[in-house]
Design a protein around this ligand. Structure first.
Ligand code: AP5
Ligand code: MG
Ligand code: ZN
Length: 213
């Protein structure tokens, strides 16, 4: 099963993708997480990506596509995967389609997690992330059991560099200009499903699993 998660920054793509990955035993591939790991490790890729991410811009398609196709070629992706944050532009979606065609594979579901811009700002300002295992929390909506400590691995939680209000505003603008057209793109392929992302996490997940079952 191959799944694409669509939605604005902060819509809950990562939160849902993590739960799908656990339930269906599929790898969760977030291009944002891969870039952040590279930034942390100080790689050349990380340095290049950071300059775009800090301004809320997209990393260039060429670099992102190469990175993603490299990841989906790994052995653990043979039975499928969940893409979170990729594709984000029409050229990225086309590059993925070209590769899938070569392999005789298809995307089964594109799931759009819908959340209005007003809710997004609130979600981003309360987000806390675990730099070690990638788990995501929210100070108000999904607090960790112990303040600022990851439930899964005990690491101290951090605020993402691009969650500053100015950067969030720019990420939303970029989303509407470059990523939202993908909703139409997948609708035309008849694989688009929409869920109401303003519900609580469990209810969003129920809506997602009813699509996948
Ligand atoms: P990326 O890491 O993908 O960020 P994003 O798309 O902006 O999305 P987020 O991760 O911010 O949000 P999310 O939808 O995963 O929400 P989450 O589950 O965390 O990309 C970062 C940057 O990398 C980009 O700006 C770009 O520069 C670059 N990049 C990445 N991919 C790229 C690509 N393909 N091409 C080019 N550049 C690329 O939830 C948000 C918060 O809300 C959390 O605190 C969470 O706990 C909370 N929450 C979640 N669900 C709920 C709920 N139902 N109710 C209440 N709170 C909730
Ligand atoms: Mg995410
Ligand atoms: Zn952790």
């Amino acid at each position: 099963m191959r799944i694409i998660m669509l939605g604005a920054p902060g819509a809950g793509k990562g939160t849902q993708a993590e739960k799908i990955a656990e339930k269906y035993g599929l790898p969760h591939i977030s291009t944002g997480d891969i870039f952040r790991r590279n930034i942390k490790e100080g790689t050349a890729l990380g340095k290049e990506a950071k300059s775009y991410m800090d301004e809320g811009k997209l990393v260039p398609d060429e670099l992102t596509v190469r990175l993603l196709l490299d990841r989906t070629a790994a052995d653990d992706c043979k039975k499928g995967y969940i893409l979170d944050g990729f594709p984000r532009t029409i050229p990225q979606a086309e590059a993925l389609d070209t590769e899938l065609k070569k392999l005789g594979e298809i995307i089964d579901y594109a799931i759009d997690v819908e959340v209005p811009d007003e809710n997004i700002i609130k979600r981003m300002s309360g987000r806390r992330a675990c730099p070690k295992c990638g788990a995501t929390y929210h100070t108000e909506f999904i607090p960790p059991k112990k303040e600022n400590i990851c439930d899964e691995c005990g690491e101290a939680l951090i605020i993402r560099d691009d969650d500053k209000p100015e950067t969030v505003a720019n990420r939303l603008k970029v989303y509407h200009e470059q990523t939202q057209p993908l909703i139409d793109y997948y609708d035309k392929k008849n694989i688009l499903h929409t869920v109401d992302g303003t519900q609580d996490v469990q209810d969003v997940f129920k809506a997602v699993t009813s699509i996948l079952e």
